[in-house]
Design a protein around this ligand. Structure first.
Ligand code: GLV
Ligand code: GLV
Length: 318
């Protein structure tokens, strides 16, 4: 029996590619650059299974031109790039990669918290410039992290993993979430409304999926409610923050700084952000460890295997 035809939109780590080639017929060997829309449409048309990235727009038009497609495994925990309703109408199973990237993303969130508070990226750039003349009691003073208030918006897997790490820093965790979770009671974490959290947090960290409800969740009014000494940290999706409003708030010193791993129009960075020294910018690295990226690929393959074996896909969404 012919093996199912799999289209992978971008090159994945080699061990994942090897596992994919061993089990499926690849529609083509993927490149390490984003496919054009034309090539996406052309290759989806031939595929019975596909692995897509968060940078691929999987919309109604694409799905309507993919008559053989049975499963779309999105290589990400977030799936705002996929039109789930259109997939459901065409009986295409959509899956994501939860759990395996929780720790990597929580770790990177902490890298950002520490970096923006203690001016790590700025200090590194300064050292590279060769201008350092030696230790000074008043040089590059940052903000305290230990003992402060960590505000978590969205207490899903990643939000909880970020909150758990706060214990080591003696921080007070406050959160906004749709529902209570059993972990919460153990940690002494306290629920708040978003308004309360904005006023209390020294670090406000965003861990919600991007949906119509969370689009621009943090805009001018929310930024104005934050402490002038507070930092905004975003490792979720760029459009959860109104970037134009953020640039204004930072310029006017309404908040102390921001650390961003995600952007509204990736790979574009909102004009003005790069000029601000109180901003740390990373190129969407949340899940970017080799171990995690391999595990994400293996989960995509396991979901595809399940569908072709007639079993329910373990990580089905929607
Ligand atoms: C990355 O941003 C993901 O959703 O996995
Ligand atoms: C994703 O894994 C989340 O629930 O935050």
């Amino acid at each position: 029996m012919a093996r199912p035809r799999l289209y992978i939109t971008r090159r994945l780590p080699e061990s994942v590619m090897a596992a994919a080639r061993a089990r499926y017929d690849l529609v083509r060997e993927p490149d390490d650059v984003p496919p054009s829309r034309e090539s996406l449409v052309d290759h989806f048309r031939q595929a019975e299974a596909a692995i897509s990235l968060l940078t691929d727009v999987i919309d109604d038009t694409l799905l309507s031109a993919s008559p053989r497609l049975k499963i779309l495994a999105n290589y990400a925990v977030g799936y705002n790039n996929v039109d789930l309703a259109a997939a459901a109408r065409r009986n295409v199973v959509v899956t994501n990669t939860p759990d395996v990237l929780t720790d990597a993303t929580a770790d990177l969130t902490w890298a950002l918290i520490l970096s923006v508070a203690r001016r790590v990226a700025e200090g590194d750039a300064y050292m590279r410039s060769g201008s350092w003349t030696g230790w000074s009691p008043t040089q590059m003073l940052g903000s305290e992290v230990s003992g402060t208030v960590l505000g978590i918006v969205g207490l899903g897997r990643i939000g909880r993993a970020v909150a758990r790490r706060a214990t080591g820093f003696g921080m007070h965790v406050r959160y906004v979430a749709h529902s209570r979770h059993p972990d919460v009671d153990q940690g002494g974490w306290e629920p708040r409304t978003l308004q309360q959290l904005l006023r209390e947090a020294d670090f406000l960290s965003l861990h919600v999926p991007l949906t119509p409800e969370t689009h621009h969740l943090i805009g001018a009014a929310e930024l104005a409610s934050m402490k002038s000494t507070a930092f905004l940290v975003n490792t979720s999706r760029g459009a959860v923050v109104d970037e134009a409003a953020l640039v204004v708030a930072l310029r006017e010193r309404r908040i102390a700084g921001a650390a961003l791993d995600v952007f509204e129009q990736e790979p574009l960075v909102h004009p003005g952000l790069r000029d601000l020294r109180q901003v740390v910018l990373l190129p969407h690295l949340g899940s970017a460890t080799l171990n995690t990226r391999v595990r994400m690929g293996m989960i995509c393959l396991e979901n595809i295997d399940a569908v072709f074996a007639g079993r329910p896909a373990p990580n089905r969404v929607g």
